[in-house]
Ligand binder design. Structure first.
Ligand SMILES: Nc1ncnc2c1ncn2[C@@H]1O[C@H](COP(=O)(O)OP(=O)(O)OP(=O)(O)O)[C@@H](O)[C@H]1O
Ligand SMILES: [Mg+2]
Length: 284
């Protein structure tokens, strides 16, 4: 009997190793209804500026690049990639910039496209067209779409955000960008990406490498999300555990935000200690 159990355990361990080597994901089925793997919602251009902390300097630096028209840009438009690890705040920074009044005043047209894993040139072109014309377009022919986009961009200064780009195929990028040449010199494109390879095929100047938030800004973020306050003055007893937790978040806004959400309404040291000492920090 024992040897049978040992054999089954061995086989299960083997399968588990193969599953993890193949990076397969689990789908759990409830009776009669399959559970879908949660997909990330596409980003939008909307942001609540009051909730964004510690990005004034970054925003200023990007605005300076975008509003500069010193004639040194190569070609009609320039592309500035915002590069950094997942959850560091690239999309958030792009949203801040996109909604700034100086951008709205300076550019004739603005468009936001959440690109994500699939670099679908037809979908991206249609979204840009929809943003700048506010009219839905039912064409699916890439040639017709590009001809129309080229027409719409003529003599116009465009500001385009391509958010969350993963495509590193240079030819795909060349195809997507061909109508942009019709725009007015000084048009600008911001790309957000985790990958320096992606940025290297799209950039026309230097990348903007986004850094983690400072401890001070992370602490304000934690107070904002967990305590609905500006800082820890209402809950000074939680500050030292908060700082320990933030050490584990490593200045990554996504981590701080997630923990802030877990701690929301739990305003006692015990609950904060449970999070500090929990297994969630032990990544495989
Ligand atoms: N400066 C900030 N202040 C407050 N919250 C922030 C800040 N930066 C990012 N966040 C929050 O952190 C989370 C992750 O940010 P964001 O989506 O911008 O990251 P990202 O770098 O674009 O990640 P990904 O590579 O996965 O697309 C979001 O919930 C966002 O609201
Ligand atoms: Mg993003």
């Amino acid at each position: 009997m024992m040897s049978k159990i040992k054999e089954i355990t061995g086989r299960l361990e083997g399968l588990a190793t193969r599953k993890s080597n193949l990076e397969l994901r689990e789908i759990t089925y409830h009776v009669g209804r399959p559970m879908t793997i949660p997909r990330r919602l596409p980003s939008t251009s909307l942001v609540n500026e009051a909730n964004v902390l510690g990005r004034d300097k970054d925003k200023r630096a990007i605005l300076d690049l975008l509003l500069r028209n010193d004639g040194s840009d190569a070609g009609v438009y320039s592309v500035t990639p915002i590069v950094g690890m997942g959850g560091i705040g690239k999309t958030t920074l792009a949203q801040l910039v996109y909604n700034d009044d100086s951008i709205k005043d300076y550019f004739d047209l603005r468009a936001w496209v959440c690109v994500s894993d699939e670099f679908d040139i037809i979908r991206i072109t249609k979204t840009i067209l929809l943003s700048i014309t506010s009219e839905a377009c039912d064409m699916n022919d890439l040639n017709l779409l590009q001809v129309k986009l080229k027409e719409m961009l003529s003599k116009k200064k465009l500001f385009l955000v391509l958010d969350d780009v993963w495509n590193d195929n240079y030819n795909d990028w060349l195809t997507l960008r061909s109508p942009f040449d019709a725009g007015e010199p000084g048009s600008k494109i911001i790309v957000t990406t985790r990958s320096s390879k992606v940025s290297s095929i799209m950039t026309t100047a230097a990348d903007y490498s986004l850094q983690c938030l400072s401890e001070e800004d992370s602490l304000r973020m934690l107070a904002h999300d967990a305590l609905e306050g500006e800082d820890f003055t209402g809950h000074p007893d939680l500050k030292d555990i908060g700082l320990e937790i933030l050490k584990k978040c490593d200045g990554l806004p996504l981590a701080t935000k997630t923990i802030g959400g877990l701690l929301r309404t739990k305003v006692n040291r015990d609950a904060w200690k449970v999070i500090l000492e929990s297994d969630i920090w032990n990544l495989p």
